[in-house]
Design a protein around this ligand. Structure first.
Ligand SMILES: Nc1ncnc2c1ncn2[C@@H]1O[C@H](COP(=O)(O)OP(=O)(O)OP(=O)(O)O)[C@@H](O)[C@H]1O
Ligand SMILES: [Mg+2]
Length: 328
């Protein structure tokens, strides 16, 4: 006989619960699988990031190393450059001292030579005068002419020596700088020149001239020499025009004297500032050729510069700078 077991029948609710549980389990499994996959991707990503970070750290370290090396090289190079500059400065100072000593020696040499030459020259002039006074009648015409030429040459030599002495004295003269009213100084010089050369008709145009820091008597000599040249080398011009002004360059004022005179060839422009250097003959324009060397020396002693521009027959312009007064 077969036993019959009566299994209780599943209610709908129970079935629904079972189905739901099964679904939940399936969902759980899916979530688990997804979580595992996600975790593995996170691990992968983390590993990648760590590798990238390590790479970055390494690059950073390399960069720091490179910067340090560079800094080291720059420091070394700066040190070397500083040393070269110091060496150069020392050498320039030494050279300047040597040059100053040589200059001083030369100046005192030319001073004593020109000083000592004056006495014998006075004797030549005196005896030449005596010769022509006392023996003129006894001399043939030719001899009288020779004596006359000797006298003229002695006068010229006296002028040369006097100018050379003035030039040599210039370096010995101590400088006393002060604020100079250049406008007033220039008007004074122009008046003096006009007074000395009443026969000349020169149109003088004076522009604004800023004050400067200089030794007044030396600066006056600069203007006298430049302006007397401008007056001299415009002789024969009608009208003779002399223009005085100042170009206000940003760095420093540049004073200038311009004339419409005979001018000169620019290739000789630098020579003009040497002692006894002349570009015009003595018969055409008198002078010993010392004026501009005096100007050059004075400007140099003031820490300034001087230069000239010209064209033959189209006038000349002389420019110079002098230290500007300190700004108040
Ligand atoms: N304004 C000028 N125009 C043309 N030439 C000039 C001018 N100034 C100077 N020179 C030239 O430069 C030369 C040198 O000038 P510097 O003033 O030294 O001598 P100088 O005038 O001949 O004689 P010194 O001034 O000693 O009486 C002159 O002989 C002349 O040839
Ligand atoms: Mg002159």
């Amino acid at each position: 006989m077969t036993a019959r077991i009566n299994l209780p029948t599943e209610t709908d609710a129970e079935m629904t619960i079972r189905l739901l549980q099964a679904e939940l389990e399936a969902t759980n499994r899916e979530v688990l699988a997804l979580t595992v996959e996600l975790e593995s991707r996170v691990d992968e990503r983390t590993a990648e990031l760590r590798a990238a970070q390590q790479q970055l750290q390494k690059s950073n370290a390399d960069l720091v190393q490179l910067t340090l090396q560079l800094e080291d090289r720059v420091t070394r190079r700066t040190g070397e450059l500083q040393k070269t500059r110091d060496d150069l400065e020392t050498r320039v100072q030494e050279r300047t001292k040597e040059l100053q000593a040589v200059n001083q020696e030369l100046e005192s040499f030319s001073y004593s030579v020109s000083h000592d030459l004056r006495a014998p020259l006075r004797a030549i002039t005196g005896f030449t005068e005596l010769l022509s006074q006392d023996y003129a009648a006894a001399m043939p015409d030719g001899a009288r002419r020779y004596v006359e030429v000797i006298g003229q040459c002695a006068v010229r030599m006296k002028n040369l020596i006097d100018d050379l002495l003035a030039f040599a004295r210039l370096s010995r003269q101590p400088m006393a700088k002060q604020l100079v009213k250049v406008s007033e100084l220039v008007s004074e010089v122009v008046q003096e020149l006009r007074r000395d050369q009443r026969q000349r008709q020169v149109q003088v145009r004076i522009g604004p001239l800023p004050d400067c820091e200089a030794d007044p008597s030396l600066l006056k000599q600069v203007w006298i020499n430049l302006l007397s040249n401008a007056f001299k080398f415009t002789r024969g011009r009608d009208p003779a025009i002399v223009e005085i002004g100042c170009r206000l360059d940003p760095a420093e004022p540049v004073y200038f004297v311009r004339d419409n005179g005979v001018g000169f060839e620019m290739q000789y422009a630098d020579r003009l500032f040497g002692v006894f250097q002349r570009l015009h003959s003595e018969t055409e324009f008198e002078g010993t050729g010392v004026g501009l060397s005096i100007v050059h020396r004075i400007v140099q002693r003031h820490g300034g510069r001087i230069w000239a521009e010209s064209k033959v027959n189209e006038g000349a312009t002389f420019y110079f700078t002098i230290a500007a007064p300190p700004q108040s």
